[in-house]
Design a protein around this ligand. Sequence first.
Ligand SMILES: NC(=O)c1ccc[n+]([C@@H]2O[C@H](COP(=O)([O-])OP(=O)(O)OC[C@H]3O[C@@H](n4cnc5c(N)ncnc54)[C@H](OP(=O)(O)O)[C@@H]3O)[C@@H](O)[C@H]2O)c1
Length: 216
Amino acid sequence: METKTAMIWGANGGIGRALVSQLTTAGWQILTVCRDVGPFEEDDSVIALEMTHITAEASLQQVVMEAGYEIDAVDLWVYTVGDITSAKVADMSLTGWQKIIDANLTGAFLATNRSLPLLAPKAHLMFVGAVQERLRLPGLAAYAAAKAGLEAFAEALRKELRKHPVTVVRPGAVDTSFWDKVPLKLPKDAMTPAKVADKMIEAYEAKHKGLLDLTH
Ligand SMILES: NC(=O)c1ccc[n+]([C@@H]2O[C@H](COP(=O)([O-])OP(=O)(O)OC[C@H]3O[C@@H](n4cnc5c(N)ncnc54)[C@H](OP(=O)(O)O)[C@@H]3O)[C@@H](O)[C@H]2O)c1
């Protein structure tokens, strides 16, 4: 069977690593893109590409160029970069706001924009979003706005790229170090990153399009 290729942005994160692990086991070729390539440096089963920041244009250009040398085309493209903070609007600096919008939204645009030439004709694009309408809470304005924007972006993108399935995954709480960034307790029923990765792979196999709600 033909080897499939995945490109995973934010591959060193909790969900990213679970996805890399499961796809590697399933025999996929993987391009991991992250700031900290440490976890993949010694790993011959992946092609590790380093970026400096998700909105650093030159760095993303370099990543995409290197990817183009290494592989033929990407079958599954995943954006799992994300950042969160807890700050009320009254206390939030422009820099603090921008950091969250960059990681969750602007980076999604830029990584997509630069990656289009790498995509196989029917490549599936997946963005890890959130159940954003439930996150419109004090302290989470930037995160909720960014994830709402991500859904709007992905819906318009799906209408532009008609041959490509485009999915926004909406996990509930997932047990990763993402939770260390906010003064909130991880709910007892949090999913494992492995479970999220399973659902994403199932969605790829089913050619899922649109919102993929993992909360029920
Ligand atoms: N955990 C949850 O409960 C949960 C629930 C719903 C949705 N999500 C979403 O799932 C996605 C993955 O989250 P996770 O739980 O796996 O968290 P995570 O372990 O913190 O992973 C986040 C990833 O994003 C990267 N990142 C953040 N800001 C970046 C930037 N400016 N430039 C480049 N990379 C950046 C991180 O890289 P560094 O290691 O270099 O910072 C890391 O690879 C996020 O989009 C998050 O919003 C998570």
